[in-house]
Design a binder for this molecule. Structure first.
Ligand SMILES: *Cc1c(COP(=O)(O)O)cnc(C)c1O
Length: 358
């Protein structure tokens, strides 16, 4: 990648920033957006000029294929501001590569890396005041691609729109997270789209998740669709289990999203000599470990909350509580990862990426 940002980006700046109306100490996740957004259209077989303009509604033909056949993918990543006002991204190449992996699976054209970085960094420079420096603050970045071509024939679209939205975020305390191990519904199946960050994976889990919510559980931990015996992921987060001093997580497959946070936890665990095993995890094994007191922790890993401790689970109608630990792996990984992300601790992994200035 060149060190200069492409200047052919078409920029229309806002005439009136909304930033003074925002209470940064009282944000709920994903509801407030920055002054600008990025748009890039795919037509005539190629991605057109990247445009940045004031945040606002877009206009689409009602027959646009995204509305009918769900060709839609997204990413989630974060930017942070260092003490010296520099802006940092965390492993952004991973998000770009995964966007393209999702694109291929949904028959969407891949988005070029240079265009992605040049556009995103220009946007971040424009909206840099929205990234707060205080503890726990970040800017959540939401790139996505939708099929915009008009027409209801069931075939991949010839036209798409990539957009990037930015939303200021605070680290949030999610409260008690109790989960239900899925024994009826499934999130994904072998050969399907579970590994892709596509909109439909979310649409399909809202109903069973709502049933779980009504029964008092905040999330569902999905199991394999054929036997419901092996624990896979939480549908917005990858899941880790701690039995004794060993950390366990399921291997990625075409049914599981390959999370950047999961990867980072694994790398830190290996680096620190924490016993970590990536293998198939049976619900019966976790049930057994919970019964005999060996199951010490469960936690979710994902960009939004980084690490989300799980306080209990339900399996086949029986509730299990997890012990409250003072030295949890969950708290440790959260501190290590956020320390690296915010540049407060040394990044020995080379995960942080400094946003170029324009
Ligand atoms: C985004 C996502 C995750 C977490 O991935 P990160 O890269 O760590 O944010 C986990 N599972 C699913 C289904 C997801 O969509």
């Amino acid at each position: 990648m060149s060190t200069d940002i492409n200047t052919s980006i078409d920029i229309q700046k806002t005439t009136k920033s909304n930033i003074s109306q925002i209470d940064f100490s009282n944000l709920s996740f994903g509801n407030v957006f920055t002054d600008h957004m990025l748009e890039c259209d795919f037509k005539d077989g190629q991605w057109q000029t990247v445009q940045i303009r004031p945040y606002g509604p877009i206009s689409l033909d009602p027959s646009a294929k995204v509305f009918h056949y769900g060709q839609a993918i997204f990413e989630g990543m974060k930017a942070y501001k260092g003490e010296d006002d520099s802006i940092w991204l965390f492993r952004p190449e991973e998000n770009h590569a995964r966007l393209n992996k999702s694109a291929v699976r949904l028959a969407i054209p891949e988005f070029p890396k240079e265009l992605f970085f040049d556009g995103l960094e220009t946007l971040l420079n424009l909206d840099k005041d929205w990234i707060q420096k205080d503890e726990g603050s970040s800017l959540y970045i939401r790139p996505f691609v939708i099929a915009t071509e008009a027409g209801v024939s069931a075939s991949p679209a010839q036209e798409y729109k990539l957009m990037i939205l930015c939303s200021p975020a605070q680290s949030y305390y999610s409260g008690e997270v109790r989960v239900l191990f899925a024994d009826t519904y499934s999130r994904s199946a072998s050969g399907g789209v579970g590994f892709a960050k596509c909109a439909g994976n979310y649409a399909g889990q809202f109903y069973p998740t709502k049933l779980a919510n009504d029964a008092g559980y905040q999330q569902v931990v999905w199991t394999d669709a054929s036997t419901h015996e092996n624990l896979e992921e939480a549908g917005t987060m990858n899941v880790f289990f701690r039995i004794g001093d060993t950390l366990l997580t399921a291997p990625t497959s075409d049914r599981i999203l390959d999370g950047v946070t999961r990867k980072s936890v694994l790398a830190i665990a290996e680096d620190e000599g924490i016993n970590v095993t990536v293998r198939t995890i049976s619900v019966f094994e976790i049930e057994e470990a919970a019964k005999n007191g060996n199951l010490l922790e469960m936690f979710g890993a994902g960009t939004a909350a980084v690490i989300n401790p799980i306080t209990g689970f339900c399996f086949q109608g029986v509730d299990y509580e997890l012990p409250k630990l003072t030295n949890s792996y969950a708290a440790h990984f959260k501190e290590r990862i956020t320390g690296i992300q915010t540049k407060k601790s040394e990044d020995t992994f080379g995960w942080t990426y400094k946003v170029r200035k324009i």
